[in-house]
Design a protein around this ligand. Structure first.
Ligand code: DON
Length: 318
């Protein structure tokens, strides 16, 4: 069967219709109920839950947007990607002696596995792994926050990106579980810098505020073998982008990563602010946002929007 006929059979839409498709998926998502806004970080509890946004940035420079795509929100765990990229560049393969690359099968803030596995986190996408990565950054940069901020601004092509001071402070005040993870790693000798400094960096990074548009632009290099398609700058090696995308496929949606691979089939990362970014190698980046979360900590409407858009455009990498 010719490709166009096969696409039609599978309900895959032609590029002309992508803008209309994004708008109709956003409208459908607004009818999707369920989920609960994260309230274990008090500053996140007061976010308006009905907000909804969808962006698709393609490597040829097109931007398809629906809803509040320019509204900044707390990116939370999506920030783990920026930290990881810097740490991979800074210390190379040494990093993988201190953090594994396996799915955890546990909630993102789980502590049990970390003791069995002697303070070595399962992967850099769970909290323990991202705290370990923050330790690498604090140990190797004299100003680790500035290093992350200038990378993020460069990638997003925007200077209008900041960490939200209220969210940062709120997590510092309510971060006992993350502190427990950090101290447990310290007790095994796997955390080298001062715990307070490491947690401060980690919480600051999670408190970055960005819009779907900024997120989608900033991760385009991951879909483009390490080259930012907008500036032409080389951001990471092709090998590092393959590795980051592989980690996203197995661990980016926490212990719902298997279901996400099954139903959607693209590397993705979520955060408890309700954002999700999904990387389609050699095509582009999808970003979705809506605050209510399911039991795994993933945005219910965000999952709906990414799944629908990926399925209708035939984007699964498998
Ligand atoms: O450390 C935390 O719990 C939050 N700052 C980030 C967690 C997060 O976004 C996990 N995502 N689903």
């Amino acid at each position: 069967l010719p490709q166009a006929a096969r696409d039609q059979q599978q309900g895959i839409v032609a590029p002309d219709d992508i803008q209309a498709l994004c708008e109709s998926i956003l409208q459908q998502a607004q009818q999707v109920g369920g989920g609960k806004v994260a309230d274990y970080i008090p500053a996140l509890a007061c976010v308006e839950p009905e907000q909804c946004a969808l962006t698709l940035a393609t490597l040829d420079g097109k931007l398809y947007q629906a809803g509040a795509a320019q509204q900044a929100f707390s990116i939370q765990s999506v920030s783990k990607l920026y930290g990881l990229m810097l740490a991979m560049q800074r210390v190379g393969d040494e990093l993988w002696q201190r953090v594994q690359m396996e799915p955890s099968g546990q909630p993102f803030n789980s502590i049990v596995q970390l003791e069995w596995e002697k303070g070595i986190p399962r992967n850099p996408m769970i909290n323990a792994g991202a705290i370990l990565v923050s330790d690498v950054l604090v140990s190797h940069y004299s100003a680790s926050k500035n290093a992350v901020l200038s990378l993020v601004r460069q990638l997003a092509g925007s200077d209008d990106i900041f960490a939200d001071a209220d969210v940062h402070q709120s997590e510092l005040n309510h971060g006992s579980r993350n502190a427990a993870l950090a101290y447990l790693m310290k007790s095994f000798g796997n955390l080298h810098s001062d715990v307070g400094e490491v947690l401060d960096h980690y919480f600051w990074q999670c408190a970055l505020s960005m819009s779907c548009e900024q997120l989608a632009r900033s991760f385009a290099f991951l879909a483009n073998r390490g080259i930012c398609p907008f500036s032409g700058n080389s951001i990471a090696s092709h090998r590092d982008t393959q590795r980051i995308n592989a980690l996203l496929s197995t661990s980016g949606m926490y212990d719902q990563s298997g279901q996400f691979a099954f139903e959607v089939g693209i590397p993705a990362k979520s955060g408890v602010g309700g954002g999700i970014v999904a990387i389609v190698p050699d095509f582009g980046v999808l970003a979705a946002w809506s605050p209510p979360l399911n039991n795994y900590g993933n945005s219910t409407r965000g999952m709906y929007m990414i799944r629908e858009l990926a399925n209708r455009l035939g984007l699964s990498v498998y």
